[in-house]
Design a protein around this ligand. Structure first.
Ligand code: THU
Length: 141
């Protein structure tokens, strides 16, 4: 953990991720996920997964937290915590890794947790190495 990110910050972030998990709407998968993040504007944002009857149209917890951050004026994820109900540490889907990457720096830390609060810390490069980034796909004339 860096000096800006204290134990108090961590406990607040973890508590918020737990709270977010309790709000999840996941009647189809029955797999509730919560995400909380601290943004560069010093605000905390959260999200939960929200499913619907057309299964692929559901949204992930991380996506919800990122949307809340952008709507709340934040642009950079300093620290993110993701938790699920599983005994296994949750692993973000590919789409969420790309979304996290869009709003991260090399200092961004991602805490992935299980329901007991055991966690592993990842950088975004760990989660999404050699990532696709803006304009890589454009042919330069
Ligand atoms: N899910 C998340 O919200 N985040 C993840 O990191 C993994 C998966 C959700 C999507 C779906 O609502 C449920 O978990 C089962 O895949």
């Amino acid at each position: 953990m860096n000096k800006e990110f204290s134990k108090t910050n961590f406990l607040e972030l973890k508590d918020h991720a737990y709270l977010m998990m309790s709000k999840a709407y996941a009647p189809y998968s029955k797999f509730q996920v919560g995400a909380a993040l601290l943004a560069e504007n010093k605000k905390m944002f959260g999200g939960c997964n929200v499913e619907n009857a057309a299964y692929p149209e559901g949204t992930c917890a991380e996506a919800g937290a990122i949307s809340a951050m952008v709507a709340g004026g934040g642009m950079i994820i300093k620290t993110m915590c993701v938790i699920s109900q599983s005994e296994k540490i949750v692993s973000p889907c590919g789409g969420c890794r790309q979304k996290i990457s869009e709003f991260s720096t090399e200092d961004t830390k991602v805490f992935l947790m299980n329901v007991k609060g055991d966690f592993k810390i990842f950088t975004v490069e760990d989660l999404l190495p050699f990532s696709f980034s803006e304009f890589d796909h454009l042919i330069k004339y």
